[in-house]
Ligand binder design. Structure first.
Ligand code: GA4
Length: 307
């Protein structure tokens, strides 16, 4: 399916960069500013073992190279073109897994073809979860929230509903095809990386797109809807999409840090003031997830929870 794209602009803009080896007080300042202005930033010197990343990526590619009939044995974790439950389509194939160790072990139990990948994903998921927690703690500090574990606790919880997604965008002969359409991530925080092929774009303004340069040595971080709510709108959940290209395969790996289903999503008192009254009503992650899956990919579900 060719998706015609009209009346859009692509502009060059510097994406904020956070050097995790920098001075802590400076790092948290840069993070807060990036989350307020972009809801998006790049992390360098993240400390995650290069081999863990490279081997996971290799196994991911090895999986996507298999014949379709074999990949389909990994359904429902494996999907092709269909996104969500309401008819969204993209030029993408993917593996979508619950990110708890238990669930990674459970995927397609009988399918040995996925075994080496499962093994890598376990180590990879633990590493990116830790990175997400470190960033969330810096955010809480930067915002002056006394309980600095307020965000990270939710994704460290054994019942956290976090997911891991491998997206594969095969090259397509037509330029400017939508691989994964415009949306914001519903969860708390997304930790994303890709091989050295571009395609990711973010949007700060309707119909204006900023291409994000691929950097396999770095991670990109997206603020999700839940973090927008928990910061009472100080941080913005960023709208983004992935485009395909006509030359090279792109593979991205995204960890979506989410709360447990029964967690109550509400901003801490320090972020709710007379000057900045509460923007959202309290709800559970289960409520939010239900709303997310009842809507289309590009819909802004956060509006449903406004006061
Ligand atoms: C976008 C972010 C994650 O990839 C995801 C996606 C989910 C899915 O593919 O099943 C959704 C999409 C994402 C948001 C709206 C709904 C749900 C597809 C869709 C149309 C796994 C997630 O949590 O939300």
């Amino acid at each position: 399916m060719v998706l015609a794209i009209k009346n859009e602009r692509t502009v060059a803009k510097e994406i904020p960069v956070v050097d995790l080896r920098g001075e802590r007080s400076e790092v948290r300042k840069v993070i807060v500013k990036a989350c307020e202005e972009y809801g998006f930033f790049k992390v360098i010197n993240h400390g995650i073992n290069e081999e863990t990343i490279a081997e996971t990526e290799e196994e991911g590619f090895r999986f996507f190279e298999k014949p379709v009939a074999q990949k389909k044995l990994a359904a429902p974790a494996y999907g092709c073109k269909n996104i969500g439950l309401n008819g969204d389509i993209g030029e993408v194939e993917y593996l979508l897994l619950n990110a708890s160790t238990h669930s990674i072990d459970q995927i397609s139990k009988s399918i040995s073809l996925i075994d080496p990948l499962k093994f890598r994903l376990r180590a990879y998921t633990e590493a990116v979860r830790e990175l997400a927690c470190e960033i969330l703690e810096l955010m809480a500090e930067g915002l002056g929230v006394p309980d600095t574990f307020i965000f990270s606790r939710l994704i460290r919880d054994l019942d956290s509903d976090s997911v891991l997604r491998l997206n594969h965008y095969p090259p397509i002969n037509i330029n400017n095809m939508v691989g994964f359409g415009e949306h914001s991530d519903p969860q708390i925080l997304t930790i994303l990386r890709s091989n050295d092929v571009g395609g990711l774009q973010i949007s700060l303004q309707h119909a204006v797109w900023i291409p994000v340069n691929p950097d396999p040595s770095a991670f990109y971080v997206n603020v999700g809807d839940v973090l927008e709510v928990m910061t009472n709108g100080r941080f913005v959940s960023v709208r983004h999409r992935a485009m395909t290209n006509s030359e090279k395969s792109r593979m991205s790996m995204a960890y979506f840090g989410a709360p447990p289903l029964n967690a109550c999503i509400v901003a801490p008192p320090v972020l709710v003031t007379p000057q900045r009254p509460s923007l959202f009503r309290p709800f559970t992650w289960a409520d939010y997830k239900k709303a997310t899956y009842s809507l289309r990919l590009g819909d802004t579900r956060i509006q449903l929870f406004r006061n």
